[in-house]
Design a protein around this ligand. Structure first.
Ligand SMILES: [Zn+2]
Length: 86
């Protein structure tokens, strides 16, 4: 029952993000590992408030990952947020 509720939430998030195909990914990291998938979709927000796929390696959200690699004006604000968390 609880499982169905979680799946409903997850489906809604995927649809809201415009990526209903995210439902095809495992919901949890252990399941993704078992299935041999590179990504999973928990339907939960990451610490930077993204709804996105997460990488099994490092369990970081895909959007955080691309922001971290992208050298752009947003890097300054990213660093500021990061420092203020410490
Ligand atoms: Zn993120």
């Amino acid at each position: 029952m609880a499982e169905h509720h979680k799946e409903g939430q997850r489906k809604r998030r995927a649809n809201l993000a415009g990526h209903p195909e995210w439902m095809e990914y495992p919901r949890t990291r252990p399941r993704a590992l078992k299935a041999g998938a590179d990504y999973f979709f928990s339907g939960r927000m990451c610490k930077n408030r993204h709804y996105n796929l997460r990488k099994v390696l490092g369990s970081r959200c895909v959007e955080c990952e691309s922001e971290a690699q992208d050298i752009s004006p947003t890097l300054a604000s990213f660093m500021r947020d990061w420092l203020s968390e410490v």
